[in-house]
Design a binder for this molecule. Structure first.
Ligand code: SIN
Length: 484
């Protein structure tokens, strides 16, 4: 149940030391996508508060970047522990406003916490290097410095993990931050920041405002004091933000859309492939950027794989995220349901066969769906579906599978199943994606770099590489030839 009396539930936003309402008192309502129940209201802030948030982050920057790495690490570690001790409350808030099954929400809290733990550790390892000099009596020193104020715009599908995956490295590097969470899921985001304050994050180091995405984004992109823009969301919006940031030449970390292929070769363990396909496709009801979006199955095993996959899909249970046994929650809103229905209708009209599901259910729910006989001109082939729909295509050769998998402007994740070592090496090298899962459908972890190629984005989150987005490299040449 939604913990409506939780002390973590906020109806105000944080700028500097103040939890505040919007200056004109405007609010945004937050609803449960499963029941449409009203959960609360958050401030509808705009350009004025966006600038005030940057003022606060800029003012806090000198002291925070001067803190020792060890001190910053200790705060991040305490915050990680607070996420774990408040896991149940956070998970319930998330299930209520985002819809994902409670077990998945608990998993996301742990996943979100893992970035704080990881970057608490990385904070202490951000040293530099001394490079052998080319001139006598000189030293070539390379150090890392905090990039400055970082602006973060985060999505509704992972309302906690996408915030900690950005804030962890930013704070570890000594940056301060301004954050705009998705208007559909602000309660989880505000709750996490409240725990950050309890962990000892100083005033102004994190500022979070809810409200008008365009007005806030425009101010942050134009403000020269903001030196990093980190965004997770669609390629369309990411490209617009990148253009807005161009005049002030900010560092950009963009985690954008995907259109992940999942290839099943004839030498795969088919039962394992079907299970991994479920994990990859149906996590968060298909609403993840790294979800398999297109399944390519080799002709010789096509029927057998489809039968195994269909049996696995039939075992999924659609329902409210709080209900026992639910594995597929609602889609986030009506527009998502319309898009799912349009993808199925287009595929059907062009000759695809619906082997399972295919229908919208009451409210924001959609049946887990298996489509066979897919062709490349059908909507799910070219667009990220973001729904529990698995379209399956037939292929004959390895060459063909790779070519079709790569025939997309996106390149976030790609998956394939094979037990042939040579094929594993060849195909993982040939697939154009930033993340490859081989016989594995879940690839996300704090220890590995997450990010895409082509129009799926710029930069990496998590892992050691996650620190790069929030730090600048400084080279200092020190001459010491003068007399003592
Ligand atoms: C996303 O869908 O944007 C993130 C998914 C993940 O971190 O696994």
């Amino acid at each position: 149940m939604f913990p409506k009396n939780s002390s973590l539930l906020k109806s105000t936003a944080l700028i500097g030391s103040d939890w505040r309402a919007a200056q004109d008192g405007a609010t945004i309502s937050v609803h449960n996508p499963s029941t449409c129940e009203h959960l609360g209201d958050v401030p509808k802030m705009g350009a004025i508060e966006a600038k005030e948030a940057v003022d606060a982050a800029s003012a806090a920057l000198p002291a925070w970047r001067k803190q020792t790495a060890k001190a910053r690490s200790a705060i991040l570690y305490k915050w990680y522990q607070l996420l774990l001790t408040n896991s149940e409350e956070l998970a319930k808030i998330m299930t209520a406003e985002q819809g994902k099954p409670l077990a998945e929400a608990r998993g996301e809290v742990a996943y979100g916490a893992s970035f704080l733990q990881w970057f608490a550790e990385e904070a202490k390892r951000g040293g530099g290097e001394i490079i052998p000099a080319v001139k006598d009596n000189t030293q070539v020193r390379v150090t890392r410095e905090a990039a400055g104020v970082a602006a973060m715009i985060t999505p509704w599908n992972f309302p906690i993990a996408m915030i900690t995956r950005k804030l962890g490295p930013a704070l570890a590097c000594g940056c301060t931050a301004v954050i705009k969470p998705a208007n559909l899921t602000p309660l989880s985001a505000l709750a996490v920041i409240e725990l950050g304050k309890q962990a000892g994050v100083p005033d102004g180091v994190i500022n979070i405002i809810t409200g008008d995405s365009n007005a806030i984004g425009n101010v942050w992109c134009a403000d020269d004091r903001v030196r990093v823009l980190s965004f997770t969301g669609s390629t369309e919006v990411g490209a617009k933000l990148a253009a807005l940031c161009a005049p002030t030449v900010k560092k950009l970390a963009l985690e954008l859309g995907g259109n992940a292929p999942f290839i099943v070769f004839e030498d795969a363990d088919l039962a394992l492939a079907a299970k991994q396909a479920i994990l990859s496709k149906f996590r968060n009801a298909g609403q993840t950027c790294v979800c398999a979006n297109r399944f390519y199955v080799q002709s010789s095993v096509y029927d057998e794989f489809l039968s195994l996959f269909k049996n696995e899909i039939a075992a999924l249970q659609v329902g409210d995220g709080f209900a026992e046994g639910t594995t597929i929650g609602p889609l986030i809103n009506q527009a998502a349901v319309e898009k799912a229905a349009a993808h199925v209708a287009d595929a059907r009209a062009k000759g695809a066969t619906v082997l399972f599901g295919g229908e919208r259910l009451e409210g924001h729910f959609f049946q887990p769906t298996l489509l066979a006989d897919m062709q490349e001109d059908m909507l799910p082939s070219c667009e990220e579906t973001f729904a529990p729909i698995a379209p399956v295509y037939r292929f004959d050769s390895e060459y063909e599978a790779i070519a079709r998998a790569n025939a997309t402007p996106f390149g976030l994740a790609a998956y394939f199943c094979s037990r042939d070592l040579g094929r594993v090496m060849r195909v993982s090298a040939a697939l154009e994606a930033g993340i490859i899962g081989v016989n594995e459908g879940i690839i996300s972890t704090e220890v590995a770099p997450f990010g895409g190629v082509k129009q799926s984005g710029l930069g990496r989150e998590g892992a050691q590489q996650g620190m790069d987005e929030y730090s600048e490299i400084k080279y200092t040449l020190i001459g010491y030839a003068g007399s003592a």
